[in-house]
Design a protein around this ligand. Sequence first.
Ligand code: G1P
Length: 289
Amino acid sequence: MKKVVIPVAGLGTRFLPATKAIPKEMITLVDQPLIQYVVQEAVNAGFTDIILVTHSSKQAIENHFDHHFELETTLALKKKTALIEKLRDIIPDNINIISVRQPEPLGLGHAVLCAAPVIGGEDFSVILPDVILNTGSNDLKQMVSAFINTKQSQIMVEKVPMEEVDKYGIADCHGKTLNPAESLPMKGIVEKPAPEMAPSNLSVTGRYVLDNRILTLLKTTPKGAGNEIQLTDAIAELIKEKGVQAYCLEGKSYDCGDKLGYLKATVEFAVNHPELGAEFSSWLQEFKQ
Ligand code: G1P
């Protein structure tokens, strides 16, 4: 599996005013923009074609993954080789960054459909860039292996408090709970149910490994929750046709589209940072006292 779709057209209203003039995906987590973490996660999981579904206000994201000739030439003249290496490390040479536009904000399902001409007939993955997984997470790679072994689409889930189920897609695994890194067949899935209607508290956590059939289903998926074309609704159809499994996140997830989630991620990534971690951790101990 080579292709991964990353929808980045959303306007980031939950993070205003920070996101008024810069894309939410370009907000810095410790020392690199959020989008760089998810692209690295995709590269680590073996993906080579990264399809950004984007918007005219988000060109900074494409620029981040492009060469910056003037900057590299200036650094080369000053013999700043370490900095040049840092720039080159942003994206390995064998990775393709491809962008397509989502002309209207019609929902996640619509965003994925905008990438259909680039995806072609292949199975593919989707990463929602608001969700950042902890450093060293191998979950996406494990989902791809589970997909290859079972031939069933894999949807990442984790437990959330019952009163928060109306913020997420919620999976029904025949009433079972999953162990970390385990996949189980799903009976159904529903987008943002009211707590009293929710089949479980297993929330969809922004990572999908999908059978190509989903694209055909999305073409006829009607508008659903929030009056948007929901990926969740097409997955509900795919469950009936081919079967779909929920994969339980082994690592930790942070909702970095939310201010509190972003702050928590900042602390974890700072504590684990190879250069800053030790000093930051000891400062954090003092700060807590
Ligand atoms: C989207 C999905 C939802 C999923 C969530 C994870 O919702 O539609 O199923 O649980 O991402 O972050 P959004 O956050 O875009 O409203």
